[in-house]
Design a protein around this ligand. Structure first.
Ligand code: PLP
Length: 426
């Protein structure tokens, strides 16, 4: 394979002619493909249909401690659901509150509460002239949407193979008191699939923030979403690490079963220090009398315990693995050695992150759309939708069928090649 940059203008034009014909043929097929959002496929959702059978009209909906799950109450979640989520989040049960169907909701509430009421007695953020959040990039668009919604200034922090650039994080957090938070997806990050190294987690726990109400928003959405049994990334548990380093209140940890059971009807949880949880309960008790305990019970009866949940995740992995491998194989076969893009091969999570030549991402996504393939919008992985290099594209392989995915990956690489040639011809 010769790198495109080493080809002459004539060679590039020749190549473009052939690829354009190929592209027009694909376009003529009227394809309708979607690699845009990280949604579980139908086959994955079907894995949890047993959850519909564990409760029926003959089953008493009574929790372990006698709670009637049909009725009001139990703000924290039922005992057995707390245990399940605590085990999943690798924390003790008294550090957990089980919430509703979406962890994103808890994250929004955490920011919203800090804006209106401050944190543990601090000035409400809305009353401050400036509030800033650090945003490791590329990252999750919905995190950035929350902070943008509240008018919080977002600062890009580049990701490295070990996690966010910690020199930069320390510089900002330890010296700028308007920096109040950081968004983190510490395991199989969205979109790169990077897991923070032990050193990175320790440096997070060792931060000495200029702002007393600085919080790490630790969104461990993909904590048990491994693709390979024998090759799993390992993440140091942040809550214990923060405690060890004398900063027990510095982190809010989030998780959910959205990518374990049903993406719209799972259960979510927050884990934090006792002090933080007390404050969260106070405002939560104004918002609700209690979350959906029937759904909590359904989850516990379906999985029984964390081992049941982990066994279930292997079934997800069996569906996801071939999809990831298909995309990676097409990228390697079609783009390897051409020096027009790079990607990371993840060991879990939901995404593959692709970095095109600078200034090409938007055009590639548009080109793919011409041929019927919807990708996540270029720029979405950066705050304000602005990728300064216009280079990153998030590939979400979970939703299409394996056959659709092969076609989609081919349309994608064709689009990458055509746009890159045009860039090199400029
Ligand atoms: N956090 C991350 C990093 C995600 O990628 C997603 C969904 O794609 C979510 C949170 C959404 O989680 P939930 O469904 O629990 O709101």
């Amino acid at each position: 394979m010769t790198a495109y940059k080493d080809l002459t203008k004539e060679e590039l034009l020749d190549l473009k002619n052939g690829l354009t014909k190929e592209f027009e043929e694909v376009k003529g097929k009227g394809l309708k493909l979607d690699m845009s959002r990280g949604k579980p496929s139908k086959a994955q959702l079907d894995l949890s249909m047993g959850m519909m059978d564990v409760l029926n009209s003959g089953t008493p909906l009574i929790g372990e401690d006698g709670t009637d799950c049909r009725n009001y109450g139990v703000l924290d979640g039922i005992k057995e659901a707390k245990q399940l989520m605590a085990d999943m989040m690798e924390v003790s049960v008294d550090h957990v509150i089980v919430c509703g169907n979406a962890s994103l909701n808890i994250m929004y509430d955490a920011v919203s509460r800090a804006m209106t009421h401050g944190i543990l007695g601090s000035t409400p953020w809305a009353k401050l002239d400036k509030v800033k959040f650090l945003c490791p990039v590329p990252g999750y668009d919905r995190h950035f949407a929350i902070t943008e919604h509240f008018g919080i200034e977002m600062i890009n922090i580049p990701m490295t193979p070990q996690g966010p650039d910690m020199d930069m994080v320390e510089q900002y957090v330890n010296h700028d008191e308007s920096v109040k938070g950081i968004w983190c997806v510490p395991k199989y990050s969205n979109p790169q699939g990077i897991t923070y190294s032990e050193e990175t987690v320790q440096r997070f726990a060792g931060l000495t923030p200029a702002a007393g109400d600085f919080r790490i928003f630790w969104d461990n959405a993909y904590g048990i979403h491994d693709l390979y049994e024998e090759e799993q990334d390992c993440l140091l548990e942040i809550l214990a690490e923060c405690e060890k380093q004398g900063h027990p209140d510095m982190v809010y940890k989030f998780s959910s079963t959205s990518k374990i059971t049903f993406a719209g009807s799972g259960i979510s949880a927050i884990a934090a220090s006792e002090k933080n949880l007390k404050e969260i309960r106070k405002s939560m008790s104004i918002q609700t009398i209690g979350h959906d305990k029937v759904n909590q019970l359904r989850h516990v009866r379906f999985f029984k315990d964390i081992d049941g949940m982990k066994a279930h995740m292997k079934k997800h992995a069996d569906i996801m693995r071939p999809k990831f491998e298909t995309v990676v194989q097409v990228l390697e076969e079609e783009l390897g050695g051409l020096a027009i893009g790079s990607w990371i091969v993840p060991k879990g999570g939901y995404f593959i992150s692709f970095d095109a030549l600078e200034g090409c991402a938007k055009a590639i996504v548009a080109k793919a759309k011409e041929a019927g393939l919807v990708m996540t919008g270029a720029g979405a992985t950066f705050p304000y939708g602005k990728d300064p290099k216009d280079s990153n594209i998030r590939i979400a392989p979970s939703f299409p069928t394996p056959e659709e995915l092969m076609t989609a990956a081919k349309v994608f690489v064709l689009s990458v090649k055509l746009v890159s040639i045009d860039k090199l011809l400029e």
